[in-house]
Design a binder for this molecule. Structure first.
Ligand SMILES: CC(C)(COP(=O)(O)OP(=O)(O)OC[C@H]1O[C@@H](n2cnc3c(N)ncnc32)[C@H](O)[C@@H]1OP(=O)(O)O)[C@@H](O)C(=O)NCCC(=O)NCCS
Length: 140
C-alpha cells in the first residue's frame, strides 16, 4: 500500500476534480459540471472523498448520505495508479463516513459491462442484486 493522503474535498476544488474525472472516471453524468460539483461540496462537505499521492489527486469517491441511504458515486483512480489499493482505501474511508453518521448499507450503481469496477466493488464486500432496474427522469 502506497503512502496516500485521504481527505475530503475543499471549497474551490470543483475544477480540479472535474479534470481528474476526465482522466480517471468511467463516463460522465448529468452533474459533471462546475455547478454540480460546487453544490455537492457546499451541501455536504464530507461527501466528496479524495486520495492524494505526492501532492497529486489520484482517486475519488462520493459517499453521499441523505439521512436515509448511503449512496456511492464516482469511484475513480488515475490509470497510472491503479492496482495499488487506492480504490480500496477510498471505499474504507467512505464506509467510515457512513458508519459515523449511522448509515446501514452502501449502494452503488455499477455498469454491467465494467468488469474492473465489478471486481473492485466485490473486493470491497459489495454484492450485485439482480432484481432491480434503474428508473430515471431528467428534470431539465
Ligand atoms: C475500478 C477502479 C476504481 C479500481 O481502482 P484501483 O485503485 O485500481 O483498485 P484497487 O487497487 O483498490 O483494487 C482492489 C481490488 O479490486 C479488484 N480489482 C481492481 N481492479 C481490477 C482489475 N483491473 N482486474 C481485476 N481485479 C481488479 C482486485 O480484487 C483488487 O485487489 P488486488 O489488487 O489485491 O487483487 C479503477 O480501475 C478505475 O478508476 N476504473 C475507471 C473508473 C471506474 O470504472 N470506476 C467505477 C465506477 S462504478
Amino acid at each position: 500500500m502506497i503512502d496516500l493522503q485521504i481527505r475530503t474535498a475543499r471549497a474551490g476544488e470543483a475544477a480540479t476534480v472535474l479534470s481528474f474525472w476526465k482522466a480517471a472516471a468511467e463516463g460522465t453524468s448529468i452533474t459533471d459540471d462546475m455547478d454540480g460539483v460546487t453544490r455537492l461540496i457546499e451541501r455536504d462537505p464530507e461527501a466528496l472523498i479524495l486520495a492524494e499521492y505526492e501532492g497529486r489527486l489520484v482517486g475519488s469517491v462520493i459517499a453521499g448520505y441523505d439521512g436515509w441511504r448511503c449512496s456511492l458515486y464516482r469511484l475513480a483512480v488515475l490509470p497510472s495508479h491503479r492496482r495499488r489499493g487506492i480504490a480500496s482505501a477510498l471505499l474504507e474511508a467512505a464506509e467510515r463516513r457512513f458508519l459515523a453518521v449511522g448509515g446501514r448499507r452502501g449502494d452503488a450503481m455499477v455498469l454491467e459491462a465494467n468488469e474492473r469496477a465489478r471486481r473492485a466493488w466485490a473486493a470491497a464486500g459489495y454484492q450485485r442484486e439482480d432484481h432491480w432496474r434503474r428508473w430515471v427522469k431528467p428534470f431539465a
